[in-house]
Design a protein around this ligand. Structure first.
Ligand code: SAM
Ligand code: DTB
Ligand code: SF4
Length: 313
């Protein structure tokens, strides 16, 4: 495992050297022309009891968000069908919950998982904390991946969330692993964290064994009403440095260019693909905030002469 100074040294390489190394690792492990399209569906929106300072779905902040109860199973399956037709191979369902509680709502989520899995799509869910028993139920229903981000360094995390701990996060990831699901875990950049925090964040991710199969790298979407509404975005080239470093540290994982793409130029996204990003969220919306949309992403992939991955890897 690499130390923080070693990770830092990779991150700070001369830019062309960093890109060359990341791109070499990328093509040794993946077809660099392929890009995975994933679709997000917010199956339960807003009114979350947690106080994550970046999140428009926390009940603590007035963001003008329309709160919506758990979606009906049929509507979720309709969304999954449409996403499949638009080229997505992974459907990721997110709920603004602190944790999963057993009962009718969880049973409905299990039904959604079964339904989407039967369509031949990879199913991913992100439902907050889960215990081992719940993780096994999800796995048995056909859930392939669980998304639970470390989000930042341990030190910075404590400044932005008070309602749960970093170790709570690690526990859930452990439960997901024990149940035999894949782990999707990454973080958010541009929350006002230091460069050091970003190095420690990557280091924490490398401590997960085995490595997470996907690493989503989100650029903060600063939402009015949240404590981070005025956060300074990360300089674009520093964002690319993080993608490239993640690619080098996680050669066999998917590196997902996640939230924040509406404020990125096509050129920046192309650079991120050259640095090893090989997955994105497509559709008009992420969970609650805007996303470039299918039309734009199909065009981007075409312009770059790349290919949308057609079968789940
Ligand atoms: N409630 C669950 C949880 O926190 O794990 C699942 C849903 S939560 C919205 C999933 C992830 O979305 C968070 O871990 C965070 O990385 C990301 N996220 C939330 N708000 C964001 C924002 N404003 N910009 C970028 N990413 C954000
Ligand atoms: C992840 O890392 N990013 C996605 C997904 N996992 C669940 C969520 C991004 C949410 C951005 C803010 C919003 O749309 O509410
Ligand atoms: Fe709730 Fe997840 Fe948003 Fe935190 S990130 S407030 S847990 S929905």
């Amino acid at each position: 495992m690499k130390t923080v100074p070693e990770i830092s040294a990779i991150h700070d390489l001369p830019f062309p050297e960093l890109l060359y190394r990341a791109s070499t690792v990328h093509r040794e492990n993946w077809d660099p022309s392929d890009i995975q399209f994933c679709t997000l569906d917010s199956i339960k929106t807003g009114a979350c009891p947690e106080d994550c300072a970046y999140c428009p779905q926390s009940a603590r902040y007035d963001t003008g968000l329309k709160v919506e109860p758990l979606k009906e199973v049929g509507r979720v399956l309709e969304g999954a069908r449409a996403a499949k037709e638009a080229g997505s191979t992974r459907y990721c369902m997110g709920a603004a919950w602190r944790e999963v509680r057993e009962g009718a709502q969880f049973d409905a989520v299990l039904e959604m998982v079964r339904g989407v899995s039967n369509m031949g799509m990879e199913v991913c869910v992100t439902l907050g904390m889960v215990n081992e028993k719940q993780a096994i139920q999800l796995k048995d229903a056909g859930c392939k991946v669980y998304n639970h981000n470390l989000d930042s360094s341990r030190e910075f995390y404590e400044k932005i969330i008070t309602t749960r701990t970093y170790d709570d996060r690690l526990n859930t990831i452990q439960n997901v692993r024990s149940a035999g699901m894949e782990v999707c875990s990454g973080g958010i950049l541009g929350m006002g964290e230091s460069r050091d925090d970003r190095m420690h964040f990557l280091h924490e991710l490398t401590k997960l064994e085995p490595a997470p199969e996907s690493v989503p790298i989100n650029q903060l979407v600063s939402v009015e009403g949240t404590p981070m509404e005025h956060a300074e975005p990360l300089p674009p080239l520093d964002f690319v440095r993080m993608i490239a470093t993640a690619r080098i540290l996680f050669p066999k994982s998917r590196i997902r260019l996640s939230a924040g793409r509406t404020s990125m130029s096509d050129e920046l996204q192309a650079l991120a693909f050259c640095a090893g990003a090989n997955s994105l969220f497509t559709g008009e919306k992420l969970l609650t905030t805007p996303n470039p949309g299918e039309c734009h992403d199909h065009q981007l992939v075409e312009t770059l002469g790349m290919r949308i991955e057609t079968v789940p890897a």
